[in-house]
Write a protein that binds this ligand. Structure first.
Ligand SMILES: O=C(O)CCC(=O)C1=CC=C[C@@H](O)[C@@H]1C(=O)O
Ligand SMILES: [Mg+2]
Length: 371
């Protein structure tokens, strides 16, 4: 592969309803799409998942664009790239900025798979023909509205329900859900809103039979989670804290979690996500694929990743209609009986809905390799 042209677009897409967490709310989602074309005229696509506000990680859509334009594209364009695994090595001189890196790295994985005429899932070493899917439900204005969302999700076949909790909306909320749905596979995501001072409260959550509690403590913490896990029955799942293979290694060594949420964008791309997956498999730690409220291109990458053997738990890879009136890929991603079937088409396995992309684009810029 030799990338001769890259187009970065900023898209603005309205979600069907706002997605609210302990740190903020999003409805008009703005994000990047990157198209990387190589000398043979084939194009790979990546999605930049950083939000407009740095509340999940330190990156934003704008920092991603800046880092791509000024640092990452110059390292890649016009260079011979034999395999996408080379990309993370090439990027190693640039610290962190993982979501920016993943935007370009995933486009190169898509391009690579298209060049080989194989599905991206196969290129990554995935073997599943379908992947199990759960759903993540943001904080709702009332319990009734939350129940309605849970009903809809169960009806659509989703295999587990994830709800968001925060101080003041935790015990009472889970209690209410468990009264209505005693047996539903349920987990709670705290997005780092507790500290070890909340130990007693977190221990109270043990009674609700949660599959896991996601990221209860600090977004960068690995040490305190180990202390907490040793005093909780509920398995801890780390999300924000795991930004690299080394973080995953430390969390396994210290016993900071029993489950890991792998988001390829949070760790800098599919190659690093695969390494973390393999490490977890070696240590018999189950993993699942997290989501970033992506549109179809980012979702397709996450779904391909989820075909690896140790993604044994349902991921946050809800189908297109869960968030969007119209997705930017065709066909749209559909969930049947709790599973998404893996496309046999080359690359991400979905066509790009160019007319939708054009309509949602608010800004774009083209970059060409210097010859
Ligand atoms: O993409 C999805 O469907 C799941 C989204 C989701 O739960 C999250 C996306 C982004 C930030 C967080 O709020 C949250 C998470 O922490 O996993
Ligand atoms: Mg999370």
């Amino acid at each position: 592969m030799n990338i001769e042209q890259v187009k970065i677009r900023q898209l603005k897409m309205r979600m069907k309803s706002p997605f609210k967490t302990s740190f903020g709310s999003v409805q008009d989602k703005q994000f990047l799409i990157l198209e990387a074309r190589d000398r043979d005229g084939l194009t790979g696509y990546g999605e930049g998942v950083a939000f407009e506000v740095p509340w999940y990680t330190e990156e934003t859509m704008k920092t991603s664009w800046h880092v791509l334009e000024d640092f990452l594209l110059p390292l890649i364009m016009g260079k011979e790239i034999h395999h996408p695994d080379m990309v993370s090595e090439i990027f190693s001189s640039i610290r962190r900025n993982n979501m920016a890196k993943a935007t370009l790295e995933t486009a190169i994985w898509d391009l690579y798979a298209k060049k080989q005429s194989i599905p991206l899932a196969t290129a990554l070493g995935g073997q599943r023909e379908k992947v199990a899917v759960g759903v993540s439900i943001g904080i709702q204005p009332t319990h009734q509205q939350l129940y309605q969302k849970i009903e809809d999700a169960l009806e659509a076949g989703y295999q587990r329900i994830k709800v968001k909790i925060k101080p003041g909306e935790d015990i009472a909320l889970l209690n209410a859900i468990r009264n209505e749905y005693p047996d539903v596979p349920l987990m709670a995501d705290a997005n780092s809103c507790y500290t070890l001072n909340d130990l007693a409260l977190l221990q109270e959550l043990d009674q609700y039979g949660l599959l896991m509690i996601e990221q209860p403590l600090g977004a960068n913490d690995i040490v305190q989670h180990a202390k907490l896990q040793s005093q909780l029955k509920t398995p801890i799942c780390l999300d924000e804290s795991i930004t690299s293979y080394e973080d995953a290694e430390a969390a396994i060594d210290l016993g900071s979690c029993k489950v890991m949420n792998i988001k390829y964008a949070r760790v800098g791309g599919l190659t690093e996500a695969k390494r973390i997956h393999d490490l977890c498999a070696k240590h018999e730690m189950e993993v699942w694929c997290g989501g970033m409220l992506e549109a179809g291109i980012g979702r397709a990458h996450a779904i391909a990743l989820s075909t690896l053997a140790n993604f044994t738990l349902p991921g946050d890879t809800a189908g297109s209609t869960h968030y969007w009136k119209e997705d930017i890929i065709t066909p749209e991603i559909t969930v049947k009986n709790g599973y998404i079937s893996i496309s046999k088409e080359p690359g991400i396995g979905y066509e790009i809905n160019h007319s939708a992309i054009e309509r949602y684009t608010v800004k774009e810029k083209v970059y060409r390799a210097n010859r």
